[in-house]
Design a protein around this ligand. Structure first.
Ligand code: 6R9
Length: 661
């Protein structure tokens, strides 16, 4: 790969923060100056947001890089910080969670009630022999018990490993084995797409391969039949009968809090390890600053699943540490109909909404008239996470959901970073559609060439983090070497270049003339077309900027003439007729449109009109599978694919399509 990434697109629209919001904002531009003047002092101030049983002696120990220690000598209890202290402060009656089941059943849980539930669960785990340092697997649907289980583990110092409720027997078993977990917390099932979907049979099969598991704690959610084994215990017969009194003990700032597995492109999944004080400091601070959270009045809703890092940091730890009131929803966005999200915003008067580009593009596909049917006037801040948000999707979000009033915060971060790293601040930053803008105060991000030199403004390259940050991963569970090899060996000291340890995030990015950052997707996906490095994101955004396109995925397929050629998969918007000649005409129009927006070098060789794209459960497009199809290979690993039928349809279509060149 040559030195940098091509910078093909340009964006001139810019939206300053709303005046009223800026005037009352939690954070002003001073935060950047303070962090620049003394980064560690800045993070020490943010750590004061938390209640420490024992104050730290030192903010950061970076003497053994890349193994960081934050807030050394400090002690705190995470569950105490997320629950007890709010009750002690007299806000026990505040709603912590407005939970809505997919069938429409609801539960309202105040902080005082949450304290009771978490204490009962902590007592039960202790009775079952789970103690500090033990690992617990959590395999639950989006029900309040998921948050309760995580907090109960944190409360007793057990390390949780949440596994997506949609993952297979194999995926669950491998994760249990890798972490050597003692206990699994699961449910009989959950509601998805209007019907109960079973979880327990998957756990039964996985546990049969996992001798480390001593007990299986089962929440009754759907009431469906389950096969009962000797390790099984009902949650309602144990937790709900346990004493609601439990005193939280403090743990060391570097005590392991959770492991969360991310599937790399190759090999077994990586168990990303996060610890206590630094993680909570940054997830709490970013939740408060990036969403401008006013805990007394805001109603916050993050639509992520709890099995994704976004659910950990921005459903559980960030919001609860801040005493926020939030909505938690069990099901899918199209049940009972495609207005469900907007109906929930309307019903609970949601003021801060945090969702993913995949959902925004799906809503674009479904049509503007759906959100238009609801009262969305309560919204005041909109957030996006998970993938680059194409400028057109950003504008759609702003106009149709935010009614041109609300700022959008496009937040870049990773399972590995633990919390947000690059994002606008809603009361400070003038935002550009499609850009995550600048590193947050206290974060040192850069875009570099292959020698780790900063690219000039207007250039593209590799996104790196030059200084350690509080919520950074500490290692890959059980594999320090893989931790170093994966994240620290591409640039800097770990690569034999100089003394500084540089974290490579795996993403490409560009920095525009104003210093704003644009994420360009994973560098593994970058296409090499006639000697030019072209990012998938730029071509996808160019396609989405055509009025007939809702969503697209682009891959580089081997090509005899150009090395690689661009193959695009496109989902048309809901109202677009693609029958017969109209489909062919659209195809030609789209190829020309990309050539016009980005230049002839980026013109796709071939475009496939499709109904769906292969995505992970957290909504990321799996380009690797599309590349397999485009190059006529059989499909690689599909364990994290949300819906495998999609791939069969795409492969069929691809076989019958004629090449366009
Ligand atoms: C939080 C989360 C991390 C990868 C990351 C990047 C992509 C996330 C993004 C974004 C562009 C954003 N990503 N947020 N790309 N703009 N705002 O998603 O964690 O599941 O570990 O994924 O997601 O490629 O490297 P995770």
């Amino acid at each position: 790969m040559s030195e940098t990434l091509e910078n093909l697109s340009s964006e001139t629209r810019k939206f300053p923060p709303p005046e009223a919001l800026a005037a009352e904002a939690n954070v002003t531009a001073d935060a950047y100056a303070q962090a620049d003047a003394d980064r560690l002092a800045f993070w020490a101030v943010q750590a004061e947001r938390l209640s420490w049983a024992k104050k730290w002696d030192q903010v950061l120990d970076w003497t053994n890089p890349p193994f960081a220690k934050w807030f050394l000598g400090g002690e705190l209890n995470i569950a105490y910080n997320c629950v007890d202290r709010h009750v002690e402060a007299g806000i026990g009656d505040r709603v912590a969670i407005h939970w809505e089941g997919e069938p429409g059943d609801t539960r309202t849980i105040t902080y005082a009630e949450l304290l009771k539930l978490v204490s009962q669960a902590a007592n039960t785990l202790t009775e079952l022999g789970v103690g500090a340092g033990d690992r617990v697997a959590i395999y639950l649907p989006m029900i309040p018990e998921a948050a309760v289980a995580m907090l109960a583990c944190a409360r007793i110092g057990a390390t949780h490993s949440v596994v997506f409720g949609g993952f297979s027997v194999d995926a669950l078993a491998t994760r249990i084995q890798d972490a050597d977990a003692k206990l699994v917390i699961t449910a009989d099932g959950g509601y998805r797409r209007g019907k109960p979907s079973a979880l327990k049979p998957t756990v039964d099969e996985a546990v049969a391969q996992c001798p480390s598991i001593e007990h299986v704690l089962v929440v009754r959610r759907t009431g469906q039949d389950v096969v009962w084994g000797e390790k099984d215990l009902w949650w309602h017969e144990t937790v709900e009968q346990a004493s609601p009194e439990h005193t939280a003990q403090p743990f060391d700032s570097e005590h392991p809090l959770f492991i969360l597995y991310t599937s790399g492109t190759t090999g077994k999944p990586k168990g990303i390890l996060h610890t206590t004080g630094g993680y909570l400091t940054q997830s709490s601070y970013t939740h408060w600053s990036v969403f401008d959270l006013k805990p007394e009045t805001d109603v916050y809703w993050c639509t992520a699943d709890i099995g994704w890092v976004t659910g950990h940091s921005y459903i559980v730890y960030g919001p609860l540490s801040n005493g926020a009131t939030q909505v938690m929803y069990e099901g899918t966005p199209d049940t009972p109909d495609r207005g469900r999200f907007w109906q929930l915003v309307d019903k609970y008067k949601v003021s801060i909404l945090y969702t993913a580009p995949t959902l925004i593009r799906t809503m674009m596909k479904w049509g503007d008239d759906i959100p238009a049917g609801y009262d969305l006037s309560s919204l005041r801040v909109l957030g996006s996470v998970g993938e680059p948000i194409n400028p057109e999707a950003w504008m759609w979000y702003r106009e149709n959901i935010g009614h041109n009033r609300t700022p959008i915060v496009d937040t870049w971060w990773q399972t590995e970073t633990g919390s947000m790293m690059i994002s606008p601040l809603p009361g400070v930053t003038a935002t550009k559609p499609g850009s995550a803008m600048t590193p947050l105060p206290g974060v040192t991000a850069d875009v570099v060439d292959d020698q780790a030199r900063s690219v000039p403004d207007g250039g593209g390259g590799f996104l790196v983090l030059r200084e350690p940050w509080p919520s950074m991963l500490r290692t890959i569970w059980g594999d320090d070497k893989r931790f170093i090899d994966t994240y620290w060996s591409r640039f800097g000291a770990g690569a034999g270049q100089g003394d500084d340890w540089i974290y490579f995030a795996g993403d490409g990015a560009k920095r525009d003339e104003d210093g704003a950052l644009w994420l360009l997707g994973r560098v593994d996906d970058v296409m090499l077309i006639s000697g030019h490095n072209i990012s998938t994101t730029e071509v996808e955004s160019a396609l989405v900027s055509h009025p007939s396109v809702a969503e697209s995925a682009v891959v580089g397929a081997t090509d005899a003439t150009t090395g690689q050629a661009i193959v695009a998969f496109v989902i048309p918007r809901g109202n677009v007729d693609t029958s017969g000649d109209k489909g062919e005409q659209l195809n030609v129009d789209l190829r020309n449109h990309v050539a016009k927006v980005l230049g002839p070098i980026a013109k796709p060789r071939q475009i496939m009109l499709v109904a769906e794209l292969p995505k992970t459960r957290s909504g990321k497009i799996m380009r690797r599978l599309l590349k397999d199809v485009a190059e006529n290979r059989s499909l690689g690993d599909v364990t994290t694919l949300q819906d495998s039928a999609v791939m069969d349809l795409i492969a069929e279509g691809m076989k019958s399509a004629k090449s366009e060149d």
